[in-house]
Design a binder for this molecule. Structure first.
Ligand code: CDP
Ligand code: MG
Length: 680
């Protein structure tokens, strides 16, 4: 590390020393020295995420002056449920330590590794630590692991709890710090029996809570009106507004700016925001200008913005929900819990007394759930099961989880993996399953990639997968430009479906040398495209590790797109819908069917009989989004076991399938006869 520090370093150091956790530094380090696990609970903004890992690092470096395992440096890891938080916090900490990000302090998130052999403090998403554990179950390079934001009860964090509990027994020199905001601390105490708890009291000023008298019909409208009123009638102080997603946030930002102009500085905050924009959120605004941050749930506990005095809380967030019938998980705008609402309110009282405007009635507040359910109870567990299998967990039902999922959910996940060929009859991992787990993708996408060479189109499938793994590439502004945007999009449309449209965009981007201007002219999100290129490169690297062939069908062949569509189906055969006479589509999982509609964003100009889809969207109606036309016969060829008509509820689809099976049987018999005849 550097010997001389910059002026900025000392400036920040003074600020850091005022954070509530600093008072507890000695107590914390002493407790950590004497115990293998320490639980630290503190108000959001008290300095847990930025300071504690630095304290830990200091202790680790003092106690282990020589290098760590295999001549490499020991690592302190700090997990975050959200990638934005991992990136933004590590940048901040690098600045605090006066080093370049990626050197001593780094971060690792899916598809983006900014760490090096120099790194000694690494922020990473909990999902990435889980991946590292898959490669090295003992997490040999780590000396201390800090599991942050434990109260979020993220799926990966919960799995890490179970896993680390085992690892700590096998590695007595490894230590674990669990950090949580004030919610749910008792649950952890019950889970880690006998573990010392350090409480960091925050300095929260009183926050006055205001409810609406009537329920609000349109929370966006209500939010904008409230912001205008705050700006006109309340004393100086910045505003934080909680909304649910990127589009809604961008839209609201421009509406506020058009109403209030330069008197305010409006800033969006969501996960796919560019790092530079994320950093701007923390810059103070010059005086009479009021800062208005319009954020997703990220600002609830993960990121603390100083200077917030007013919070506007419409009471919703996008939450993952799992539909056992369809086995599909989806993000749905849903009411938050009371605990979340209180966290949000608390954001207003960090630097002075504040106000929280809840855009719902007090009665509605009382009707909210007390706590948000742990994600593990709201997820399709196929991926989780695969991970646990790789980690060598034999009996999934006995794996020690804080909130064990229902056994049916587990057995459904096992079924799915069996159909995908990841598990055999005895529930053991197959070769395919092992390969699948190496891809940081959902099992269906991984399967699609692995089998794509059989359809001679792994190059194309990789491009489609990359496009599906990044944010939506189509920009659709409101107002004037919308028509132009739709027209631009239609230039990429492929008659057979959205997956192929994505492929067209990807190819066009490469053809135009990845130029930002080209993206701008075509209403394409440049950053999304750049990430797709990088994601694809990383997937190619995994492919080459397994020596999976990279190949393309002849572009001039009639079968070019047929092959790609078949390969799509080979991964996503469980996500297929059939057009019934009623004009609706039906999806099938086991013996259940669901009525769905094609999402309006689709590029088809007709309704194909069968489609494969990428995701389910539940709003006022059930939609399937990103759909591509496939043929019914292919189901019988590609997933004959899964598409047994006997597994189907009564529907047209079932009769159609029965016909396909019959045809297949007949042609098999015929080819047998010809064969026998020519033999005699
Ligand atoms: O983790 P916890 O909520 O306890 O607090 P933290 O994230 O460590 O934040 C401590 C302080 O660092 C807050 O006052 C933040 O505003 C500040 N911070 C910052 O100025 N810039 C960042 N990129 C991150 C945090
Ligand atoms: Mg934190």
């Amino acid at each position: 590390m550097k010997k001389t520090y910059s002026g900025r370093y000392f400036e920040i150091l003074e600020k850091r020393k005022n954070l509530p956790v600093w008072v507890h530094k000695e107590e914390f380090l002493k407790t950590l020295k004497e115990n293998q696990i320490v639980l630290l609970v503190g108000e959001t903004g008290s300095g847990k995420t930025t300071q504690i890992p630095q304290f830990v690092l200091e202790a680790v470096l003092n106690e282990n002056p020589s290098s760590g395992p295999k001549g490499k440096k020991w690592l302190v890891g700090c997990t975050q449920p959200r990638r934005v938080a991992a990136m933004s916090v590590s940048r901040r900490v690098a600045e605090e330590m006066d080093v370049e990000i990626g050197d001593e302090v780094g971060y690792t998130v899916r598809f983006d590794d900014c760490s090096s052999s120099k790194t000694v403090l690494k922020y990473l998403t909990d999902g990435m630590l889980l991946r590292e554990a898959m490669a090295d179950p003992l997490l040999g390079r780590y000396k201390v692991i800090v599991l942050d934001e434990a109260h979020e009860r993220n799926l990966a964090t919960d799995l890490l709890f179970g896993l680390l509990k085992q690892t700590l027994v096998r590695r007595p020199d490894l230590k674990l710090v669990v950090m949580s905001a004030t919610l749910e601390a008792d649950k952890f105490l019950k889970y880690f029996i006998g573990v010392p708890l350090i409480k960091v009291p925050g300095r929260l000023y009183p926050v006055e809570i205001l409810y609406t008298r009537e329920p609000q019909r349109d929370y966006l409208e209500a939010a904008i009106n409230t912001i205008i009123q705050i700006h006109e009638f309340e004393p100086p102080g910045d505003v934080l507004v909680f909304l649910t997603g990127e589009e809604e946030i961008e839209d609201t930002c421009s509406r506020i700016t058009s109403k209030l102009g330069d008197q305010v500085n409006v800033m969006p905050l969501y996960s796919t925001l560019s790092p530079a924009m994320q950093q701007k959120i923390f810059d103070p605004t010059p005086d009479p200008v009021r800062k208005i941050v319009v954020s997703t749930n990220i600002a609830e506990t993960s990121l603390t913005i100083d200077g917030i005095v007013y919070v506007v809380d419409p009471g919703f967030s996008k939450q993952k929900l799992y539909h056992p019938n369809t086995r599909v998980e989806s993000l749905l705008v849903s009411p938050i819990s009371q605990a979340s609402a209180d966290q949000r309110a608390g954001r207003a009282g960090r630097t002075q007394p504040g106000k929280c405007f809840r855009l719902y009635t007090e009665k509605s507040f009382k009707e909210l759930e007390k706590q948000t359910y742990a994600e593990i109870l709201r997820s399709n567990l196929a991926n989780t099961v695969l991970t646990l299998k790789i980690l060598g967990v034999e009996n999934l039902l006995h794996f020690d989880l804080i909130d064990p999922p229902a056994p049916e959910t587990l057995s459904r996940a096992l079924d799915d993996l069996y159909h995908l060929g990841a598990l055999d009859d005895e529930c053991n991992l197959t070769k395919t399953g092992e390969m699948m787990s190496e891809f940081p993708l959902d099992p269906q996408m991984a399967k699609m990639i692995i089998v794509s060479p059989q359809f001679n189109c792994s190059n194309e499938i990789l491009s489609v997968s990359a496009m599906l793994s990044v944010p939506n590439c189509f920009i659709r502004p409101r107002g004037e430009a919308q028509k132009a945007a739709d027209k631009a999009k239609s230039m990429f449309s492929h008659i057979d479906g959205d997956h192929l449209t994505l492929l067209n965009v990807f190819h066009a981007f490469l053809q135009h040398n990845q130029k930002p201007d080209w993206c701008y002219e075509n209403f394409i999100n440049y950053r999304a495209m750049k990430s797709a290129v990088s994601v694809r490169e990383q997937l190619v690297r995994i492919m080459s590790r397994f020596q999976i062939k990279l190949c393309s069908p002849d572009f001039n062949s009639r079968d070019y797109y047929v092959n790609i569509r078949k390969a799509l189906l080979a991964g996503y055969f469980m996500q297929v819908a059939h057009l019934e006479r009623t004009g609706h589509y039906l999806t099938f999982r086991d013996k259940d069917d669901q009525v769905v509609n094609l999402h309006p964003s689709n590029c088809l100009d007709y309704k194909p009989e069968w489609v494969v889809y990428n995701e389910y969207v539940f709003t006022s109606r059930n939609f399937i989004r990103t759909v591509t036309y496939i043929q019914g016969e292919w189901l019988v060829d590609i997933a004959p076991d899964y598409y047994q008509p006997a597994n189907f509820p009564n529907s047209e689809a079932k009769r159609v399938l029965q016909r396909h099976y019959k045809k297949r049987r007949l042609s098999e018999e015929r080819s047998c006869k010809i064969f026998c005849a020519s033999n005699s």
